[in-house]
Ligand binder design. Structure first.
Ligand code: COA
Ligand code: NAP
Length: 272
């Protein structure tokens, strides 16, 4: 359910939100929730058609720029383009990511680097490029992390390293930039319905097992994450910084054993 059910539709009127990887899935869900509360939203990603479709959904609130977060100069240009169109950003959402299941011993150095570059370096590039705008607005940064950051998951060595790096970077940024009025927090989504991430990591045939292992007995929606993002952005949550906010229905509580078994089955099936 969109946040407009709970918050004033003008809460973010006149505010600007920039979402990396905002063309799809959870990040687009976050973008839509901010847009529904009146924010101007800019999204970036690599696939032009996906950005076009997403911007159409964001309608009048949206603008889109094609940029790969791994390349700092074009990303910086994208952030400047957003500023020129919508004003200095109040919220940066670092959501761009890549993921695939692979046993550590079969992961090439370039495969490992690719995910580190998109998730961790990409989040740093966006953070660094957004500094002046966020300083001006006393804005906030939201990193989209994952449970792999704090609990080992099988066939996720690259993602665990990248997301753990993001969460520690978030804390460093919160520590250093608090004096500028800039806050930084991470959101950890659980298994979110109809997303590329869930498709890659969980077998739809095993959905019942997945749901039974979540204490709240359901998968999440992109709006569950959108609601957390809206709460963590100014003017709300104004004294919260340096936190990892887990929004997973309690999925992490029993550990990663079910994920590990399911992932092993998926890999076996892929290998034939
Ligand atoms: N298993 C093992 N290695 C893999 C792999 C897989 N399933 N997919 C890619 N790699 C490796 C490649 O082999 C390559 O390494 P190499 O040069 O040593 O062979 C390296 O990763 C880069 O692959 P490439 O396809 O060139 O990367 P890309 O930059 O075009 O795409 C990905 C990045 C691989 C992460 C791609 O899956 C992607 O674009 N993902 C975005 C969407 C997504 O992952 N959503 C879920 C978010 S949770
Ligand atoms: P998704 O739709 O694939 O989202 C990832 C986005 O990142 C895509 O729009 C992708 O677009 C973009 N992206 C990838 N590489 C990029 C790059 N180099 N530069 C710019 N943009 C790039 O997957 P999702 O499942 O919704 O995941 C969104 C976020 O939630 C990720 O951070 C993920 O780790 C996190 N998460 C998801 C789940 C889940 O259940 N789905 C659980 C925990 C955490 P392009 O490919 O067009 O660039």
């Amino acid at each position: 359910m969109l946040v407009t059910q709970y918050f004033s539709k003008d809460l973010y009127k006149g505010k600007t939100v920039f979402v990396t990887g905002g063309g799809s899935g959870i990040n687009l869900g976050v973008a839509k929730n901010f847009a529904a509360l009146g924010a101007n939203v800019a999204i970036c990603g690599r696939t032009q058609e996906m950005l076009d479709a997403a911007a159409a959904e964001l309608r009048a609130f949206g603008t889109k720029v094609s940029a790969d977060v791994r390349d700092s100069a074009p990303l910086e240009a994208a952030l400047e383009k957003s500023r020129a169109a919508l004003g200095a950003m109040d919220v940066l959402v670092c959501g761009a990511a890549g993921n695939f299941l692979v046993p550590a011993e079969k992961l090439s150095p370039n495969g490992f680097k690719t995910v580190i570059d998109i998730d961790l370096l990409g989040s740093f590039n966006a953070t660094r490029s957004a500094f002046e705008q966020l300083k001006e607005t006393k804005g906030t940064i939201l990193y989209i992390s994952a449970g792999m950051a704090y609990m080992p998951h099988a066939f996720q060595v690259h993602v665990g390293a990248a997301k753990a790096g993001i969460d520690m970077m978030m804390k460093n940024i919160a520590l250093e930039w608090g004096r500028f009025g800039i806050r930084a927090n991470s959101i950890v989504p659980g298994p979110i319905e109809e997303t590329e991430g869930l498709k890659r990591l969980s077998d739809p045939a095993e959905k019942k097992k997945l749901i039974n292992a979540v204490p709240l007995r359901r998968t999440g929606t992109v709006d569950d994450i959108g609601q957390v993002a809206a709460f963590l952005a100014p003017p709300l949550a104004s004294y919260i910084t340096g936190c990892v906010v887990v929004c997973d229905g309690g999925q992490n509580l029993p550990g990663s054993a079910l994920f590990n078994m399911g992932a092993e089955q998926m890999l076996r099936a892929q290998q034939g």
